[in-house]
Design a protein around this ligand. Sequence first.
Ligand SMILES: Cc1cc2nc3c(=O)[nH]c(=O)nc-3n(C[C@H](O)[C@H](O)[C@H](O)COP(=O)(O)OP(=O)(O)OC[C@H]3O[C@@H](n4cnc5c(N)ncnc54)[C@H](O)[C@@H]3O)c2cc1C
Length: 385
Amino acid sequence: MFDIAIVGGGMVGAALAVATARAGMKVALLERQMPVTISEHSEVDLRVSAINRRSEQWLQDLGAWPQLMTSRLAPYATLRAFEGDAAPLDFTAAELGEDHLGHIIENLHIQQALWQQLPDTVERFCPVQLQGYQQMNDYASLQTDQGEIKARLLIAADGAQSQLKQLAGIGSQGWQYSQACLLVHVSTSYSALPMTWQQFTPQGPRAYLPLPGREASLVWYDDHLRIQQLAALPPQQLAQQIQQHFPAELGEFSVLKQGYFPLTRSHANQYVKGRLVLAGDAAHTINPLAGQGVNLGFADAQCLAALLIKQFAAGADLAAPALLAQYESERRKANLLMMSAMDVFYQVFSSKLTPLVQLRRLGLQVAAKAGPLKTYVGKYAAGLV
Ligand SMILES: Cc1cc2nc3c(=O)[nH]c(=O)nc-3n(C[C@H](O)[C@H](O)[C@H](O)COP(=O)(O)OP(=O)(O)OC[C@H]3O[C@@H](n4cnc5c(N)ncnc54)[C@H](O)[C@@H]3O)c2cc1C
């Protein structure tokens, strides 16, 4: 019998496995596909995340940060937002007395660093197929193609399409946004800038994220049809479209690869059901506009791990209803706040209504001068408050 069985060995599930196993819990980690091995020279994967300072600190605490290859990290010290020819709104690390605000890192790279930190005591089931799930009075069990796995507590960290959440009959509320986003990796004629920028246009934002070396990840938001058409273009034609629709500051570049993603918001109706608890994208998906998705997932994992470690040390039931209710209450509030803030942001910045366009330009100008408020927003985005 395991103390905990975690379904999903992505960034959130692997972080939870490291934290709980280190505290002495007997942990099973189930992952349906073997993690890809990343080396110094492998191609940069399309899926990257902006890792804020709070997540960075947690990865440090878990010992995973030093496992990351510095040559594959792209730090940024400025977050810039602008529209038209109005002056940009810059959040800088220097204003906060810091040397950076975060790093752009491939999801697979973070997952690998966390797997390298898994204690030997963690039993890995990978690749594994989940077939069913049951809850008993004092344990829960998973049916898999490798047999039955029993644990006091199950954690669903199996991403946005969580199978375990579906098996448990937990519903979600949410919607698909009217826009989709295209991710394009490009090689540039200059070394990555130590900044990320986002330009707002009536059709949707365009963003630049630095990647290591002379590469960058461009993000283009527009309606589904337009994004699908762009995603299907050969590299040279896509490059021409980018030249026409991205700011001239992008300079010379060539397209390396591209992929498109629908934008969905979903929030599970409950994070807890008996001996099952949800974390990360299994519990919530958020508009990636401000790159907060996995930062919320890591905050879930950090909160849940801290509660479980205390409970385990006291020799109490890891699935005690009061304990799991405390996790849900803390994290639901924080996640909802960030999701709602992103929605307001999305609505305001994707509007073509002239008064709103004027208002947001004005808003950016005012915000650029609003000292303490601006400092607070900068700290919030960097995960420093
Ligand atoms: C276009 C786009 C851009 C984004 N940009 C950012 C960003 O800049 N910053 C940011 O913080 N976030 C960003 N996100 C969100 C971020 O990618 C997710 O929040 C993050 O990947 C969630 O991590 P997770 O571990 O919860 O889930 P996942 O990364 O989805 O991992 C789930 C894991 O579970 C495994 N799994 C799935 N089903 C099963 C099963 N049945 N059995 C066993 N294993 C299973 C999967 O193989 C996977 O390894 C972005 C998302 C999108 C779509």
